[in-house]
Design a protein around this ligand. Structure first.
Ligand SMILES: [Cu+2]
Length: 442
């Protein structure tokens, strides 16, 4: 019996009522005449033995858990953090445990959880469990369901997670949300959803209004100029890796001022879940763009049938670019530089902060500056492959980073050999990081 089945039966024994519902559901499913899709799905599910994929949130980690009897205990620290969002720009924002978004909390449906929230902010805060059905005194609304948690205080939230799905946690005050106090809260179902997925990725969408040469977002401003996936803008976003022939789940969570139409290249997906949990299969329809509204979660799944590096990005044009507001002087009075030498020197000024040499990779015509409207994207591409080396970017085409900006990442669908190569690199990187950690602590 697989581990997940075993733990399911353990849980089921505790909540007998849950078992009944599940067993009835299973019987109902069996008695219905399977259509071709279902047969394929079942065949596929059979091939996919072994433990279910744990959700990965690239560029942010998981919050560690300890046990107190049967209760899962998490310790969240609300605090100011420095977040490098692109190699040449670091923001002063607020987050949890050194990260914004905060580390991901992953639990199993049915778990009893306690989250100790330590407030190291200079002001009061509370925590709201977005989408979770918790007793009202755990709801995290200042003055209404609890007293605000003062700076220096720790407050414990405790509840049982009877749902499954893609939820999130956030401070329940507008400005604190906008300066980064948010994280994902994933509740895995007691029994795996069918069809099983092989890869499961979570992404938090955020936006920031940062004035020129400032590092602190203006949380009252509406001029959003930095758009991030999991707290980083492309090309710093870590590509998602998927094995060719696998089934991939992507979960998007939005807590900003704008709705984001997230588009996947070269594939069709179905929306299999929302901030309310799993959607019935009868509601699934194909698409390749999902609108992730403010305060919503959207979960999509697709079969990774086509090898390649497939973009995933917000399709609002202004959300597919990085801010050039730090280039002062003439950029303030004209749309962009029109001559190559001045454009190059401006871009080099930015590049110098991160320590790389800027060479714009795409040619322009000789009479370009005589054409009204020029330039549009001509000088905006910044190739910095060498600063972005990690297993997930291994072997991408030269200058790949010049094509990536803003709310953008990619899913790299890789044949067995390439997939395993990168998986091995990730594993040995994780080990060497552990070694470094050991060294520092021995
Ligand atoms: Cu967007």
């Amino acid at each position: 019996m697989s581990e997940s089945r075993r733990s399911f039966f353990r849980n089921a024994a505790v909540v007998g009522a849950g078992l009944m519902t599940w067993a009835e559901g299973l019987r109902a499913q069996k008695s219905a005449k399977p259509d071709a899709n279902e047969r394929t799905n079942r065949a596929r599910a059979k091939e996919r033995a072994g433990p279910s994929a744990r959700m990965e949130s690239p560029d942010i980690g998981d919050l560690p858990v300890t046990m107190d009897g049967d209760t899962k205990v998490f310790h969240l620290i609300a605090e100011p953090v420095k977040r490098k969002i692109v190699p040449w720009k670091t923001l002063d924002i607020w987050g949890y445990n050194g990260s914004s978004p905060g580390p991901t909390i992953q639990v199993q449906q049915g778990d009893r959880v306690r989250i100790e929230l330590e407030n190291r902010l200079p002001e009061s805060t509370t925590m709201h469990w977005h989408g979770l059905e918790v007793p009202v005194e755990q709801d995290g609304v200042p003055y209404i369901s609890q007293k605000p948690i003062a700076p220096g205080e720790t407050y414990a939230y405790e509840f049982t997670v009877h749902q499954e799905g893609t939820f999130f946690y956030h401070a329940h005050s507008a400005m604190q949300e906008m300066i980064g106090l948010i994280g994902m809260f994933i509740a895995h179902p007691r029994a795996d959803h069918a069809p099983r997925v092989d890869h499961d990725y979570g992404i938090v969408l955020q936006e920031w209004a940062v004035l020129p040469n400032s590092s602190v977002p203006n949380t009252a401003g509406m001029e959003f100029n930095w758009l991030t996936f999991n707290g980083v803008a492309a090309p710093l976003t870590t590509p998602l890796i998927a094995r060719l022939g696998s089934r991939v789940r992507l979960r998007f969570v939005n807590l900003g001022m704008d709705h984001h139409p997230i588009h996947l290249h070269g594939n069709q997906f179905v929306i299999t879940g929302t901030e309310g949990g799993r959607a019935p299969e009868s509601t699934w329809f194909p698409g390749n763009t999902v609108l992730v509204g403010v305060a919503q979660s959207r979960v999509v799944e697709f079969e990774a049938k086509y090898p390649g590096a497939w973009m995933i990005h917000c399709h609002l044009p202004h959300h597919m670019m990085n801010s050039m507001m730090d280039l002062l002087r003439d950029r303030q009075i004209m749309t962009a530089d029109q001559t190559e030498p001045t454009a190059l020197s401006q871009m080099q000024a930015l590049a110098a902060r991160a320590g790389f040499e800027h060479q714009h990779p795409s040619p322009v015509s000789r009479d370009a500056e005589k054409i009204p409207g020029f330039p549009q994207d001509a000088f905006m591409e910044m190739g910095m492959d060498e600063l972005l080396q990690k297993p997930e970017t291994h072997d991408l085409p030269k200058n790949w980073s010049a094509g990536m900006m803003g709310m953008m990442t990619m899913v790299r669908v890789l044949p067995e050999k390439e997939f395993n190569e990168i998986a091995e690199m990730k594993k040995s990187q994780a080990h060497s990081e552990e070694d470094i950690h050991e060294l520092h602590h021995s």
